[in-house]
Design a protein around this ligand. Structure first.
Ligand code: FES
Length: 63
């Protein structure tokens, strides 16, 4: 799993995810993941068609 840090800011949990170039992470959009904000596959057990959003850090341009 990508390097991440969760902290409390103004009463709200904030998670910062640090990705290496080309690394990707699946973020939960169904709000049912036990690993929230990361997708753990729980969405597959729901009636909803909501799935994760995949975020990928860009790779450095080749010279
Ligand atoms: S567990 Fe929520 S989108 Fe996958």
């Amino acid at each position: 799993m990508a390097e991440h840090n969760t902290e409390l800011r103004n009463g709200h949990k904030r998670t910062t995810v640090k990705l290496e170039a080309g690394e990707s992470v699946a973020l939960c959009r169904c709000f049912q993941s036990k690993e929230f904000p990361f997708c753990d596959g729980t969405h597959k057990t729901l009636e909803s068609e909501v799935g994760p959003v995949i975020v990928q850090a860009p790779k450095p341009a080749e010279k």
